[in-house]
Design a protein. Structure first.
Length: 102
């Protein structure tokens, strides 16, 4: 009894079609995820551009020097090195620093 050789062509074609469909699905889902991330990034960028307006208010740091900070509506406060590393322009001034002026 002689056996026919097994034809691999249909199996190879099915695997290629499955790989193609999987690649298309991954590409489409990645594109959708990227679109969502771009929209989120745009929304966050718009929020960041509006932040400086809030920083101009009373009680926010307008300038930082080596040993001082200028606070809108309060003036200049002396600070030490440890405090200086945690305070940046635009930050709301901690209450304990504002109490130094009383």
């Amino acid at each position: 009894m002689k056996h026919k050789p097994f034809n691999l062509n249909p199996l190879i074609q099915a695997i290629l079609i499955a790989c193609t469909l999987l690649s298309l699905w991954v590409a489409l889902s990645t594109t959708k995820a990227n679109k969502g991330l771009r929209e989120e990034n745009k929304r966050l960028s718009e929020r960041v551009t509006k932040l400086p307006e809030a920083f101009g208010g009373v009680g926010y740091i307008s300038a930082v020097g080596e040993d001082y900070i200028d606070v809108v509506g309060y003036g200049r406060f002396l600070i030490n090195e440890d405090e200086a590393q945690f305070l940046d322009k635009g930050d709301k001034v901690p209450q304990y620093i504002l109490e130094r002026g009383q």
